[in-house]
Ligand binder design. Structure first.
Ligand SMILES: [Zn+2]
Length: 413
C-alpha cells in the first residue's frame, strides 16, 4: 500500500509546493495564434500549423491556455492516490495528451490531425524514443505542442525501483527529450502506467516537475478498431464531462480515430485547453551533455534509418493490427459517480482579486474553487472569469476507490 492512499494520512507537501497556475483565458483563435509565437517564432512549421486557424470558427481550436507553474511539483488528474491539485478544467474542457512516442508514422499523422483541427496537445515522450526519432520530437515542438516526458525506457514498476534508478529514469527522460527537441521542454512528467508513489512525487517536487495523471483513459492500448476506440473514448469523455484524456502516439488506431474524435468533440461542445509551462525544464547538465553526444553519435551513422520499435504493443509501419482484444476487459470499471457535477464556488471578492492580481488582472484560484489544501494558491487569468464558464467539477474521489490493479490493467499508458 502506497503512502498517500485515500483513507490514509496524507503527507502534506510543504508550502513551497504550492502550484500556481496562470490561467490565460483566450479565445480559441487567439490562443492558437499565441502558441505558435510561444514556441518558436522562427519555426515556419508552427506558422504553417496555424495557417488559416484565425478565421475558421468551425475548427475545434484551443479555447484556453493554462500555464502551469511546476515549481512546487504539483500533480494533476484524478487517476492517482497521491494528494493532488484541484482540476484546473471547467465543464466540457478537455486536455489532449499523447504518451510513449514519438513514432514517426503515428506521431506525424496525429500532428497533421491536430493541425487540421487547429488544436494543441501535450506529448509525454519516452527518452529512448526521442533519441531514436529526434526530428519528430522537433516537429512536435515546432508545431506548437507541449513536450513533457515519460521516463527514459518506460519501466512500469517505477515505485518498486531503487530510488536512484527511478530518479535516473526521470532525469534521463527529460535530458533525452530536451536534447532531441533542441529547444526547452516543459517540466511535465507522466508516470508509466500511472504508477506514481509518494517518494517519487517528493523527488519531482524537489526538481520542480509537475506530474500529470489522467481523467479519461481512451484505452487505445487495447482497442485496435478506430470506430470502437472513438465510441468508447467519447463515451468516457461525455461521462466525465471532459478532463485530461490519455492517448498514445504509438498506436495506429489512435491516429486513425483521432479525426473523428476531434470532430465529435467539436460537435459535442467540448473545448480544448492547452497546457504550457511557466518555466522550462532544466535537465541535469551531465545528462544533457551525454544525450547530446548520443544524438551526435547517432547522426554520424547517416543513412541508417532508426529501427527502434515500441517497447510494447504491435503498432508499426508494416505490422498489421490484430483483432481487438475484448475492450470490456480492458476498460476501467465504471465510475461510482456519474458525470462531473459542477459547483459554483466563487468565494473571492473582487477586491481580493484586484489585490492578488494587480499586474495582469488575473484571478486567484480561490475564486474558482474552494481550496481544500493549503498548497493550492493563485490561479490567474487574463480576463474576468465568467462564473458559469468556470464552474468547477466537484472533487473527484473515483481514483481513490479504484484498486491499483485495475488502474494498471486499464491504462498501461
Ligand atoms: Zn506509457
Amino acid at each position: 500500500m502506497r503512502p498517500g492512499k485515500k483513507g490514509m494520512t496524507m503527507a502534506k507537501r510543504p508550502e513551497t509546493t504550492t502550484a500556481r497556475i496562470r490561467l490565460l483565458a483566450k479565445s480559441g483563435r487567439l490562443a492558437a495564434a499565441m502558441m505558435a509565437a510561444l514556441v518558436h517564432a522562427s519555426m515556419n512549421s508552427a506558422s504553417a500549423a496555424n495557417a488559416g486557424c484565425e478565421t475558421q470558427a468551425d475548427k475545434l481550436g484551443v479555447a484556453r491556455i493554462v500555464e502551469i507553474d511546476a515549481q512546487g511539483g504539483p500533480i494533476f488528474g484524478s487517476y492517482t492516490k497521491q494528494e493532488r491539485e484541484d482540476s484546473f478544467l471547467g465543464a466540457k474542457e478537455v486536455v489532449l495528451t499523447f504518451d510513449d512516442g514519438p513514432m514517426p508514422w503515428i506521431t506525424r499523422s496525429i500532428l497533421d490531425t491536430l493541425d487540421e483541427a487547429c488544436t494543441k496537445a501535450t506529448f509525454f515522450s519516452v527518452g529512448r524514443m526521442a533519441l531514436a526519432y529526434p526530428e519528430v520530437v522537433k516537429e512536435v515542438a515546432a508545431r506548437g505542442h507541449t513536450l513533457g516526458t515519460h521516463t527514459m525506457t518506460h519501466p512500469f514498476n517505477m515505485f518498486r525501483l531503487k530510488p536512484d534508478v527511478a530518479h535516473d529514469q526521470i532525469e534521463r527522460g527529460f535530458a533525452a527529450v530536451a536534447a532531441a527537441a533542441n529547444t526547452p521542454i516543459a517540466p511535465f512528467f507522466r508516470f508509466p502506467g500511472l504508477a506514481d508513489s509518494h517518494e517519487l512525487m517528493a523527488y519531482l517536487q524537489s526538481r520542480g516537475i509537475a506530474a500529470f495523471t489522467v481523467d479519461v483513459v481512451s484505452n487505445d492500448s487495447y482497442i485496435g478498431d478506430p470506430k470502437r476506440l472513438t465510441e468508447l473514448t467519447m463515451r468516457e469523455i461525455e461521462r466525465n464531462n471532459g478532463g485530461i484524456v490519455l492517448f498514445h502516439d504509438i498506436k495506429r488506431s489512435t491516429a486513425k480515430a483521432l479525426p473523428e474524435i476531434l470532430r465529435q468533440l467539436k460537435a459535442g461542445g467540448f473545448r480544448i485547453v492547452h497546457l504550457t509551462s511557466k518555466t522550462p525544464m532544466q535537465p541535469l547538465p551531465d545528462l544533457a551533455v551525454a544525450m547530446s553526444d548520443a544524438l551526435a553519435k547517432a547522426a554520424s551513422k547517416s543513412g541508417k534509418p532508426a529501427t527502434l520499435m515500441p517497447f510494447y504493443g504491435t503498432t508499426g509501419p508494416v505490422v498489421s493490427q490484430s483483432a481487438d482484444p475484448v475492450a470490456t476487459q480492458a476498460a476501467p470499471s465504471a465510475a461510482p459517480e456519474g458525470p462531473n457535477t459542477t459547483t459554483a464556488a466563487a468565494t473571492t471578492t473582487a477586491g481580493t482579486m484586484a489585490t492578488a492580481t494587480a499586474a495582469n488582472s488575473a484571478v486567484p484560484i480561490s475564486q474558482l474553487a474552494p481550496a481544500p489544501r493549503q498548497r493550492v494558491a493563485s490561479t490567474k487569468a487574463s480576463r474576468p472569469i465568467d462564473k458559469a464558464e468556470w464552474s468547477r467539477a466537484t472533487h473527484k474521489v473515483r481514483a481513490g476507490k479504484r484498486s491499483r490493479t485495475i488502474v494498471l490493467k486499464a491504462t498501461a499508458n
